[in-house]
Design a binder for this molecule. Sequence first.
Ligand code: ADP
Ligand code: ASP
Ligand code: MG
Length: 814
Amino acid sequence: MKVLKFGGTSVANAQNIALVKNIVSNSESDKNIVVVSALGGVTDLLLNTATLAALQDDSYKAFVKEIEDRHIETIKTLIPIASQSSVLSMVKSELNTLETLLEGAFLIGEITPKLSDKIVSYGELLSSYIISEYFKEEGLDVVHADSRKLIKTNTVNGKTVVNFEATNTLCSNFFSVTPLKVVVMAGFIASAENGDSTTLGRGGSDYTAAIVAAAVNAELLEIWTDVSGMYTANPKLVKQAKAIPHISYQEAMELSHFGAKVLYPPTIQPVLAKGISIQIKNTFDPENEGTIITKNKNEKGKTVRGITHVENIALLSLEGPGMVGIPGISKRFFEVLFQANISVVLITQASSEHSICVGISADDVALAEQAVNDAFEFEMGSGKINPVVVEKNLAIIALVGDNMKSHQGLSGKMFSTLGKNNVNIRAIAQGASERNISAVINKDDVKKALNALHEEFFEENIKQLNLFVMGVGNVGGKFLNQINQQKKYLKENLKLNVRVIGISNSRTMAFDEDGIPLKNWESVLSNGEKADKAKFFETVNKLNYRNSIFVDNTASAEVSDTYSSYLGNSISVVTCNKIACSSNYSNYLNLKQLARTYNAPFLFETNVGAGLPIIDTLKHLIASGDKVQKIQAVLSGSLNFVFNNFNDKTTFHDVVKQAQEEGYTEPDPKIDLSGIDVMRKILILARESGNQLEIDDIQNNPFLPQESLDTTNNEDFFATLTKNESSFQELYKKAVDQDSKLKYVAQFEDGKASVGLQEIPKGHDFYNLEGSDNIVLFYTERYPNQPMIIKGAGAGADVTASGIFADIIRIGNF
Ligand code: ADP
Ligand code: ASP
Ligand code: MG
């Protein structure tokens, strides 16, 4: 004999019920007890309807109509016209009774628990009847059993509990004499001794099935649902979750207690006592083996078997100086909650005995607060105990596994993972069984916490980086292409899964929670919504992904103004935009502090020397105790390109134009030629060396004529270059006459920085600098005479993109 339970989604409509019939027909067992839930969503509808009726809101009638329509439609699709009328009239008569009950509630303006049970029982009553009639039509050897006559309940302390003695006798009597191959019965519903309808709690159809399986000594209990087993985490929230092939009763119980809704927690107890295995299977993928739950412990398997969460939790804390050393306070506290029928989900007590803190369902908070405050009124009046403190909008997440007790370091790993992802932990508890470690966190952090923990404990250390890229022009476009090319390598070799979740240019923006397909990011973006920087940030923040990185490939001050919002919400920032780091020192410092406080790296390697590892090297020098004495550098790839190509056979205008067209200058070339760009770079290097400097402290000796500096657009700027060609030629000639080359040099020494054009003589480190190369000489305490030199291509979209990429990898290895 086998018990098969089909949940709400499995019997939600005619199409799904047909799948259920196939599964039952294919069962190899000689006798099959089929326990069914209400059509998916009907229990919720019934409860809402009852609540509205009791509030004397006649909109409840629309819900009744919806309930009626769903059942009638299911019958009309499943049952041939010739046999429909008897089924329809039976169902309509039941629905009439339901309507009468609701009218009663509407008239009185009240609903008792007894009436509520009666109303809600119609979901399973109707579904089980319709399904058994359909099975009959399909030629199955079937009978419909009335669960109210088989499952009996008592009331203990105001709670409905199963009367196992009566139930077991009724079930074994009934099933031992039923000759038919299939028995269909309603889950969830039962009856009290006096015959009143009762229910077994939300999700209780699983329990019905387990009670019956135990009563008849079934060979197996199959729970058929809408997922392929019990997963390592709720598959609806964690895409990478996997079904657990085998799990022990204890682990399954712990997982379900702590939120794995796929199995109603009380389900395991009755079958555990009889050693009957439970198999969780998917109605929509019946070949899949799903999960088998048995008494066998998981001896050698993974330590952590699953990660769960319970939403809708509140913390209740009792504190006060009068609690120290006084016995009996905890006893009274728990007694009060017990009397008020409030179940405690989690307990923590500070070892100082100064406070007790419990996690309870948020629905019970008002009642609990009142009850505890009343009970300790005297102590509160005399200031020995403070009024109860309530915190809402919380959730519990838990790691569960049989073998956790014999492994050190699991809680360390759990809490450091949460910490790294900036998930604030409000309370911690470790189950006495040591089969679980739980933490109370903010409910908005649940998805992030589950995914981060899942990654840490189940995904062979593959770390997911979620990128939000603003600016997809020259540099940004190359960057996206580089990621696309390297994706596979990063995953296989560095165990980094880099996904681009959002992109934006100045016109449009687009998001894809599964990652934007990088092969056609251009079309995704052009079909996106209107770009909006504030909304972009809000979306990134709301998605609340772990390892979120905002990448700024623009040169816009408006974009760099948003960094503090990202960093302040634990979102890392990687940027090639120099504006933020060369703005006011206080702003630069604030961003660095936010990054530290919120554990979100702020990286800007490409601000100086494009992809060259200049800032990273400098950081390592300083961190290891070295001190910078002098920096000499050619930091403008653009100016180097210009002066390397400019001679008496070219014009200054044409060379600058070429540099602009080949992407060696900023979009506005004046930023390079006026020296501003180099000022920003030396400023950043000076700051990164530990100096507090402002841009105005830097001495700039411009080589451009004033009228070029005064222009306000590119066209006018280029016109002044043509006009002043002779003065540029003069600069060139003067240098050649001295056997020197023109280089735009930045210098920092003794706290002072300057930038300007210099004639560099043969033999100098800067003399042979090719193309758009950069060079930096660091003179430090450790490198006093022979400087540390970094040299190489210092401009261009490709190298800049690869520098940004390198910063992303640095965060990945963080
Ligand atoms: P049914 O109506 O079939 O009883 P439920 O909705 O009660 O189905 O339970 C199945 C759901 O449980 C899944 O759709 C899934 O969203 C949720 N769930 C939560 N945690 C887990 C988990 N660890 N493994 C599988 N499912 C889970
Ligand atoms: N129909 C009930 C509910 O939705 C019982 C169940 O489906 O298990 O809670
Ligand atoms: Mg369920």
